[in-house]
Design a protein around this ligand. Structure first.
Ligand code: ASP
Ligand code: MG
Length: 411
């Protein structure tokens, strides 16, 4: 029988009623002729609570115990969903990550999946089991300890199972009905997309459209897993949601697929650093070692052997970046006149695979922002994305104006 992977996020299994509702969707797919692998998250809020308990007990906690504790929310929902399905006379059982086993690296709290052997579950399907309910987010290290895949990791579990079992599709049930052209909270013109290419979704996911964990999209792209994002709250509709798929499966794509934003950015400028070979490495190595997620980087024009270096990072990492730079200065690795932090900026990006073959998208974006009197502070581009830093107070205006200008409300 063909295999379908269905993943239910925390809000879709938040209580017993919702678990019953989700189970009905599973039952429908079983009736449609699928053997189903269900991946469940913990009930919404549960993982946060567990993370809090760990910190309250041990501020410098042992990462192996952290994983043992925070993975437990998924065990509960997996067992409950299996029981619910059994009550509906559907042969089902639960699996924890180590039982499958989901073999991961030993990088606790951010482990990567190495392998998912499919023989245990396939054997049970062969014996008549119709649903394997698997606890998402968790695995087992080579040392035999429980691991977790990072927050939001059950999306990655779902895609990895779809790849390992060659599932026909991976349906991600969540509390939104799909992927939108932009955040519907910023403009009521935001439109749900029927289809989006993996690469576009990757940009949107990493840019803060929090529908899917970024790694799950990377994995889906690599293994060409057909991903569908849909709501578990709407009535059943086989056409619902957004398909995340290969570029070739999108016949007529728009040049711009969406406008993304990141509210809490900071722009940091090192004033007057020596313009010499190795300077970028001398700046960004200590930043990386301090755990600063540097995003945009611009080196300014050089005069008399000195230059300014600008980079952006999340606003809550500014103190860390300042400390790393002060230490590098004290140790003599770099020398700069001043470090100026602008903590009131936001990043706006337009994303679309059509940019590869269309010119003028950047010019149009800058035009739109200038017409609104919005000053651009930093610009970066990639093949399918243009990003700018602007003052945070103009963020919503910029998103709305760009959404209008690129006519994203129209299909
Ligand atoms: N329960 C985990 C979390 O909240 C994993 C997930 O839901 O994807 O991060
Ligand atoms: Mg999630």
């Amino acid at each position: 029988m063909p295999i379908l992977v269905m993943k239910f996020g925390g809000t879709s299994v938040a209580n017993l009623d919702r678990i019953a509702r989700a189970s009905k969707r599973v039952a429908r797919e079983v009736a449609n002729g699928y053997d189903v692998i269900v991946i469940v998250s913990a009930m919404s809020g549960k993982t946060n609570e567990l993370v809090g308990w760990v910190g309250d007990t041990s501020p410098m906690y042992d990462a192996r115990e952290y994983d043992a504790i925070v993975s437990s929310g998924e065990n509960v929902t997996a067992g409950l969903m299996a029981l619910r399905l059994q009550e509906m006379d559907i042969p089902a059982r639960s699996w924890q990550g180590w039982q499958v086993p989901v073999k991961t690296t030993s990088a606790h709290s951010s482990a990567r999946i190495n392998e998912i052997p499919n023989d245990n579950i396939m054997e049970k399907f062969g014996e008549g089991m119709r649903v394997a309910v698997v606890a998402g987010f968790q695995g087992v290290s080579p040392e035999g300890r429980i691991t977790t895949l990072g927050r939001g990791g059950s999306d990655t579990t779902a895609v990895a199972f779809a790849a390992a079992f060659e599932a026909e599709r991976c349906d991600i049930y969540t509390d939104v009905d799909g992927v939108y052209t932009t955040d519907p909270r910023l403009t009521d013109k935001a439109r749900k997309l029927d289809k989006i290419a993996f690469e576009e979704m990757l940009e949107l996911a990493s840019l803060g459209a929090k529908v899917l964990q970024t790694r799950s999209v990377e994995l889906a792209m690599r293994y060409k897993v057909k991903l569908r994002v849909l709501s578990s709250f709407e009535e059943y509709d086989p056409e619902a949601g957004t398909m995340v798929c290969d570029e070739e499966d999108i016949m007529e794509s728009k040049v711009v697929a969406g406008v993304a934003y990141q509210r809490d950015e900071a722009k940091m400028t090192l004033i007057s650093v020596a313009d010499r070979p190795g300077i970028a490495s001398a700046i960004f190595t200590p930043l990386a070692e301090a755990g600063v997620n540097v995003d945009m980087i611009v080196q300014n024009i050089s005069e008399e052997g000195r230059t300014d270096m600008t980079f952006s990072c999340p606003v809550d990492q500014v103190a860390r970046a300042e400390r790393a730079m002060a230490e590098a200065k004290d140790s003599g690795e770099i020398n700069f006149h001043d470090l100026v932090a602008d903590t009131d900026v936001a990043k706006i990006s337009v994303v679309g695979i059509g940019m590869r073959s269309h010119t003028g998208i950047a010019a149009k974006m800058f035009d739109v922002l200038s017409a609104e009197g919005i000053n651009i502070k930093v610009i970066t581009t990639s093949e399918i994305k243009i990003s700018v830093l602007i003052d945070r107070k103009y963020m919503e205006l910029a998103v709305q104006a760009l959404h209008d200008a690129f006519e994203l409300e129209k299909a």
